[in-house]
Write a protein that binds this ligand. Structure first.
Ligand code: BES
Ligand code: ZN
Ligand code: ZN
Length: 507
């Protein structure tokens, strides 16, 4: 992971391989840029004139300083109109710049936190937040996962950008900057941990692997972890979760993480994650093409584990419980079949009409288990439906829940972090459509009902309890969420959203 530090300095005198200068959209160089331009004999003016660089969002211009600056190279990166600058635009610009720097083989770079885009904003995020966004964007952009490559095929770590120095415009900024850097590093670590879990293939990241990861994480922090195995689940009557794992040789796991950062008497927020470590569809087998992507069906679990890591690292003064329902969905002689009826821990019976709608089955028992904590609120994250991709693409996760105030706060956190959410309805017609003729519920609606994502939520509501509850369908955002700070593959979506949301929580 890239190391971020700070050093107050003048941009003209700062020694570095690559000096990154975020620039707002301007007609011609102004402020610091003007000084640098003069030193460079008008190289920047000429780039502006020819429109090679205008400061538009994520535009870049790499110039060799030809000895006139202490920095060997100068990299301008556009942040768009100054009045529109926010943490997301800065995060993207920083990501774009460090990727270019790494691609140009620089081993270290520095970012000048230019007053014109970090300090002269009428409203919106403050200096600390914007500076933090630089560290966050840079850290998130430079995610590498090559554990499965042989040594000689690995992109050697020494060839990567290893150090990023943030240069505050004034010394008085140092304390704020230090805080922002520390926070950003913890967040980036947590997102990378979640991405790693999703990157691992299904034959590594089994339910047992997730459980061991959770235990290791707990040992390093103020988290306690317990893992329920098949026997304990049988005792509790978790027939829904057990039903999903019946066709697999991998034992299931219910992973429970408790973090008490506030008085134990305060009711916790419970986060529940879908941890289907591979979803073949079961007997209702998925088509072969693209099935490999279903290793990401534990992205809800990864987000839950990542968020708990982040919360514990940041020592938030709140109580949070994370519950991961981990199982593998396989077809086999023992696997559940369409038409089978399962009895869940809540006592409710479920007619399984499609074994590929397994996420809601594992979550049903995890949501019931969550009730033991008498939670203040419950959030579940799941790659639950392909339908959410139809509705929102990769651009936002669907939020569906019982409490408008909670959804409003989640939306605010989504906008602040760039991990957007969009509400879909939970109408009583959908709840009716989840009722079975032969059991209490059925796991898919009759043909023609449509609204797949809302139907998934309507099913879950039967197990969610009476406290505020929100379901977040991340099937579209967990993978292929294309942004400068999100490389190809797993996005780690949910970690930053949850940490931000919980940071705003007051007990
Ligand atoms: N894991 C899938 C949903 C999914 C689809 C995640 C695409 C990521 C990308 C889920 O278990 C599933 O198969 N859902 C079915 C539900 C249907 C049978 C009601 C679906 O979406 O087709
Ligand atoms: Zn499925
Ligand atoms: Zn699934």
């Amino acid at each position: 992971m890239i190391k971020v530090n700070q050093k107050p300095d003048s941009p003209l005198d700062h020694k570095t391989e690559c000096l990154i200068l975020p620039c707002p959209e301007e007609k011609k160089p102004d402020g610091t840029l003007k000084n640098i331009d003069e030193t460079l004999n008008g190289a920047i003016t000429s780039a502006f004139k020819s429109k090679r660089f205008t400061g538009k969002s994520n535009q870049t211009l790499l110039l060799n300083s030809t000895g006139s600056l202490k920095a060997d190279n100068l990299l301008l990166v556009g942040v768009g109109k100054a009045k529109d600058v926010n943490t997301e635009t800065i995060c993207k610009a920083a990501a774009t710049a460090v990727k270019l720097a790494e691609g140009s083989n620089f081993k270290s770079a520095s970012v000048y936190l230019n007053d014109s885009c970090f300090d002269k904003i009428a409203k919106g995020p403050d200096y600390g937040e914007l500076a933090g966004a630089v560290a966050e964007g840079a850290g998130l952009a430079l995610y590498h996962f090559d554990e499965y490559k042989s040594r000689d095929k690995k992109d050697d770590p020494p060839n990567r950008l290893q150090k990023l120095t943030l240069i505050p415009a004034t010394k008085t900024r140092q304390a704020t900057l230090a805080k922002s850097i520390t926070r950003a590093e913890k967040i980036v670590d947590a997102v990378h941990a979640a991405r790693d879990l999703v990157s691992h293939p299904g034959n590594t990241a089994t339910p047992t692997y997730l459980a061991n990861h959770a235990k290791k994480m707990a040992r390093k922090s103020k988290i306690t972890c317990k893992v329920l195995g098949k026997k304990e689940m049988e005792k509790l009557g978790m027939g829904a979760l057990l039903g999903v794992s019946r066709g697999s040789n991998e034992p299931p796991a219910l992973i429970v993480l408790e973090y008490f950062g506030a008085a134990k008497s305060k009711a916790p927020t419970v986060i529940v994650g879908k941890g289907v470590t591979f979803d073949t569809g079961g007997i209702s087998l998925k088509p072969g093409a693209g099935m490999d992507e279903m290793k990401m069906d534990m992205s809800g679990a990864a987000a839950t584990l990542g968020a708990l890591q982040g919360i514990a690292d940041l020592k938030l003064k709140i109580n949070v419980v994370g519950i991961v329902a981990a199982a593998e969905n396989m077809p086999d002689g023992l696997a559940i079949k369409p038409g089978d009826i399962l009895k869940s821990m809540s006592g409710k019976t479920i007619e399984v009409l499609n074994t590929d709608a397994e996420g809601r089955l594992v979550l049903a028992d995890a949501l019931t288990y969550a009730q033991r904590y008498k939670p203040k609120e419950v959030i579940d994250l799941a790659t639950l439906t392909g339908a959410v991709l139809m509705a929102l693409g990769h651009q936002a996760a669907a939020v569906i829940g019982t409490n408008p105030a909670m959804i409003k706060r989640l939306k605010e956190s989504g906008d602040a972090t760039g991990e957007r959410v969009w509400e879909l309805p939970l109408w009583e017609e959908f709840e009716k459509a989840a009722k079975s003729d032969i059991a209490d519920l059925k796991n898919i609606a009759s043909p023609g009902v449509g609204a797949g994502s809302s139907m998934g939520a309507a099913f879950l509501k039967a197990f969610a309890g009476d406290q505020p509850w929100t379901h977040i369908d991340i099937a579209g955002t967990a993978w292929g969420y294309d942004k400068p700070y999100i490389p190809k593959g797993p996005s780690g979506y949910g970690v930053r959203l949850l940490v931000h949301y919980l940071e705003q929580t007051k007990h």
